[in-house]
Design a protein around this ligand. Structure first.
Ligand code: CP
Ligand code: NVA
Length: 311
């Protein structure tokens, strides 16, 4: 087997095997229990000499800070770079950037405008690459969300989650997770904002329990968890059109009443109160949005440890 084949990239939930994903979530629960000082047993070998590079082509609060703090708490170092800090922003190729980064640092996380940048970086790098969001997916977020769900309800397998709103990058990663972790997912979107065809086709081919619909009430009925996200993702320019289409998909107290009595509300943040979610829901007792944000830190420690060779 070539060295390339054994590099542990964390690119997308759909391309990782179930046992690795399960191990990462279990390790994240342990990381959270351990607090700031991560026990040696959870750390990858040589972490004290490791440097993580963080590259951002789009803005970030949670991903930027939680990855930086995660690497420090594991005992390693971190360098954060915006696109314009790199020659990448002036047209240096992704392939050359990948080869150069691989000579200096030990692991890289990138938030990219397009998925092909992450894929190409992983193809040419000889260090692990982590996807910190693209226009197609947001796998680290959904790992934190699965962890958050499990803190409330135990193993997510067999439970029902409802996605209401835009069929966007975050929805796609929820669809990937439904297949890999074995839970039911109902996705309600306006027909023109339905999830991408390739994601729907993949779920179908895998035999996942994912239903795509346009009725938010039907999606939420009896669900253990209701999830939404911003109606206008980074880089999208058709805000007015989207807001009009998505208005019937706002999550408010009336919609939450159709979910299970013990249902939780999730949102990856940043949130726009009065648009995709009402203030009484996101700031109310069913909301776990700040647990999700905190769990980005714990799950990312587990992702970094896994990528760098922890068991
Ligand atoms: N949820 C999330 O990824 O937040 P940031 O855009 O702030 O990183
Ligand atoms: N769907 C959002 C998620 C932000 C974390 C976006 O891509 O902007």
């Amino acid at each position: 087997m070539s060295n390339r084949q054994v590099i542990r990239h964390f690119i997308d939930i759909h391309s990782l095997d179930r046992s690795a994903l399960r191990r990462i979530i279990d390790s994240a629960h342990e990381m959270k229990k351990a607090g700031k000082r991560v026990p040696a047993a959870l750390c990858p070998p040589g972490i004290a000499d490791s440097v993580l590079g963080l590259i951002f082509e789009k803005p970030s609060t949670r991903t930027r800070i939680s990855f930086d703090v995660a690497m420090r708490q594991l005992g390693g170092q971190c360098i954060t770079l915006n696109n314009t800090d790199l020659q990448l922003g002036r047209g240096e190729s992704i392939a050359d950037t990948a080869r150069v980064l691989s000579r200096y640092i030990d692991i890289v996380m990138i938030r990219a405008n397009v998925q092909t940048t992450v894929d190409e970086l992983a193809h040419f790098a000889t260090i692990p690459v982590i996807n910190g969001l693209t226009e197609k997916s947001h796998p680290c977020q959904i790992m934190a969300d699965v962890m958050t769900f499990e803190e409330r309800f135990g193993p997510i397998t067999g439970h029902t989650v409802a996605w209401v709103g835009d069929g966007n990058n975050v929805a796609a990663s929820w669809m990937h997770a439904a297949v890999k972790f074995g839970f039911k997912l109902r996705v309600a979107t306006p027909p023109t904002l339905a999830p991408a065809d390739d994601v729907i086709a993949w779920v179908k081919a895998e035999g996942g329990h994912v239903e795509i619909m346009d009725d938010p009430i039907a999606a939420v009925k009896g669900a253990d968890c209701v999830v939404t996200d911003t109606w206008v993702s980074m880089g999208q320019t058709d805000a007015a059109k989207r807001k009009k289409l998505l208005r019937p998909y706002a999550v408010d107290a009336g919609l939450m009443r159709h979910a299970s009595k013990s249902a939780i509300f999730m949102h990856c943040l940043p949130a726009y109160r009065g648009h995709e979610v009402s203030a009484d829901v996101i700031d109310g007792p069913q909301s776990v949005v700040f647990d999700e944000a905190e769990n980005r830190l714990h799950v990312q420690k587990a992702i970094l440890a896994w990528c760098l060779g922890a068991n």
